[in-house]
Design a protein around this ligand. Structure first.
Ligand code: ADP
Ligand code: MG
Length: 380
């Protein structure tokens, strides 16, 4: 049973409920002139699988290393399980770190690699045996316990590293790009395994990744980072469906973005005048009348029809197909709108390409349209 099952599934929405396991307040880290982490605040709850997501150099690893105690904090504070960490060295923290390189001992068997940390801690032999046995079962490596790391596949090595980190029963496991060494297909499979194992043990994980799909599939919540700051914190669905800025909308998935001004703002809808059309949005987020704003629409949320079919409803524009890319499972259409802007529309290929679903191709005049619930309001 995981910690998230025992209480509410969304403890972050309940300020009077569970105490966060990790409390990061105004944390800053500078290396000379470089501010690697810039005044971030974050609460992580017991049982979460929290992802720090962002491009290379945005400060993810630095923040993780400060949680582990491998880096000092220049400003702000970190509290883990109610204890201020400022005076607590790495080896006394209730944390463990799993490195990208796995750092397994090549001359030791799987079993011995996993037992090593417990022996260092002078845990009684019989207890070590039991704990190693249980953790091998958890990561499904019982049949491989006598092998050396080089006799394992990449995915198996990754599970040994995970077992070695978990066997020490940390309250918080820190993972820096844990799947980076695996090829794409194996990564996808391993993402599910990692999430399943985390759910079984209920240990709180903080995972650093630059891969948005990985964060989306793993995380209970994630923070999108840029230049040492958090751009947005939320569940994968919140981040994908309700990004607050152009940066987040474009970093997670892709988005067609139209600049406009708010012309109507009432409880149940918002209207934004853009060069392309008047956009009607049926979720009344709070926006300022007359203010400059951006509307984002994801390529898969746009319907594409031939211009000779009459268009229905709100939120539509017309254009010409400039390009079509066949991606196998879907096709991407580049549509040039009357204002010259080229937008992306994607559609799944439910039929074989000879009879392309829409029958839409190069130079066709088309209508685009989308549901009032599909547009995203972006404030910056
Ligand atoms: P990420 O993990 O998101 O790729 P890092 O946290 O490793 O980013 O780095 C953030 C910034 O801090 C980068 O500009 C990097 O060059 C810098 N940095 C990280 N570690 C050090 C260090 N030990 N000394 C100097 N600069 C560092
Ligand atoms: Mg890093």
């Amino acid at each position: 049973m995981t910690a998230l099952d025992t209480a509410s599934d969304t403890p972050w929405l309940d300020p009077d409920g569970q105490t966060p396991l990790v409390q990061i307040k105004g944390v800053t880290k500078k290396y000379g002139d470089v501010t690697a982490v810039d005044n971030v605040d974050l609460d992580i709850y017991p049982g979460e699988l929290f992802c720090l997501l962002g491009g290379s150099g945005c400060g993810k690893s630095t923040l993780l290393r400060m949680l582990a105690g491998f880096e000092t904090v220049n400003g702000g504070s970190i509290t883990i399980d109610g204890v201020d960490m400022s005076e607590v060295p790495a080896y006394d923290r209730p944390t463990n770190m799993m490195f990208q390189s796995y750092a397994l001992f090549p001359h030791m068997s799987v079993e011995k690699n996993i037992a090593f940390g417990l022996q260092q801690d002078r845990i009684p032999k019989s207890e070590i045996k039991d704990r190693v046995h249980d953790i091998l079962a958890l990561v499904e490596l019982q049949d491989f316990k006598k092998r050396k790391p080089q006799q394992l596949s990449g995915g198996q090595r990754q599970r040994v590293a995970l077992a070695r980190a978990l066997v020490k029963e940390p309250k918080l496991l820190l993972l820096d790009e844990p799947l980076a060494a695996l090829d794409k297909k194996l990564r996808k499979q391993t993402q599910f395994e990692l999430a399943n194992i985390q759910e079984k043990v209920g240990v709180t994980f903080v995972v650093v990744t630059h891969d948005q799909e990985e964060a989306m599939s793993l995380a209970t919540r994630m923070a999108v980072m840029d230049a040492g700051r958090f751009k947005q914190i939320g569940t994968p669905t919140e981040i994908y469906e309700f990004p607050e800025s152009r940066f987040v909308a474009d970093f997670i998935g892709s988005a067609n973005i139209f600049e406009g001004r708010v012309t109507e703002d009432v409880a149940d809808h918002v209207r934004v005048k853009t060069e392309v059309c008047d956009v009607f949005i049926d979720h009344g987020e709070s926006v300022k009348m007359g203010s400059k704003i951006w509307v984002g629409i994801r390529p898969e949320k746009i319907r594409l029809t031939k211009a000779d079919k009459p268009a229905v409803g709100e939120n539509q524009a017309s254009g010409i197909v400039e390009d079509v890319g066949y991606l196998g499972e879907s096709s991407i259409y580049k549509v040039k709108l009357s204002n010259g802007q080229i937008i992306d529309v994607t559609a799944p290929n439910q039929l074989r390409p000879m009879s392309r679903q829409h029958g839409i191709t190069w130079d066709d005049h088309v209508n685009i349209s989308w549901e009032p619930s599909s547009a995203m309001l972006l404030n910056s």
